[in-house]
Design a protein around this ligand. Structure first.
Ligand SMILES: C[S@@+](CC[C@H](N)C(=O)[O-])C[C@H]1O[C@@H](n2cnc3c(N)ncnc32)[C@H](O)[C@@H]1O
Length: 183
């Protein structure tokens, strides 16, 4: 006699809230932040590079929280496919490139102002990014570099001769420090 029967799948279907929590955690891990930057932080980042005579490149554009305050001529880099597709749809006139920021910085060909949202903490690739930024700066290819952090830790201070904390944006989750570097 054959006693084998198909075993029914008794696992409960994940509830909506469980899958939302999973999605939240996975988003958080992949962007290195609790959520996208607030409009106040986005504006502050854009103000930091206002009037720059150099072309602007944005690293780690995400869903465009900073992008939308930067000039139309900005080139935005985002390697995550879902975020890249969102940016392409939200900013159809902009130059959005789906590549790795490190590769982009390694190929930089002209002096540029860089606005970066790529996390410096809990990011195993941060060392590579720092090295590419350092190389580009030594080759005279970065006129200004602007970044935000969630800790009062100066992430590029030893690379650029001039660096300052421009301000602290409390209307962001978490509150963020904005840093600007130049030669
Ligand atoms: C903390 S989020 C910032 C998103 C948005 N700019 C903001 O401020 O809300 C970092 C973004 O950088 C992207 N990113 C991280 N490392 C990257 C890399 N090496 N090359 C390109 N994009 C990267 C992530 O996919 C994510 O969208």
């Amino acid at each position: 006699m054959d006693y084998t029967v198909a075993v029914p799948d008794l696992r409960p279907a994940p509830s909506k809230s469980a899958s939302r929590i999973a999605q939240f955690l996975s988003n958080r891990a992949s962007i290195g932040a609790i959520c996208e930057s607030s409009r106040w932080l986005g504006r502050r980042m854009a103000r930091a590079v206002e009037g720059t005579p150099l072309p602007i490149v944005e690293l780690g554009a995400g869903f465009g929280a900073v992008t939308r305050f930067l000039p139309e001529t900005t080139v935005s880099i985002e390697r995550d496919a879902a975020r890249f597709n969102h940016l392409k749809a939200a900013f159809p006139e902009r130059a959005i490139i789906d590549t790795c920021a490190v590769a982009y910085m390694n190929d930089l060909a002209q002096p540029t102002t860089v606005v970066s949202s790529i996390p410096s903490v809990n990011n195993p690739e941060f060392g590579e990014l720092r090295a590419s930024v350092s190389r580009a700066f030594k080759n005279g290819l970065i006129g200004q570099f602007v970044v935000y952090t969630y800790f009062p830790v100066n992430p590029f201070g030893d690379i650029f001769p001039k660096g300052e904390m421009l301000g602290y944006e409390i209307r962001n989750l978490p509150p963020a420090f904005v840093w600007s570097y130049s030669c």
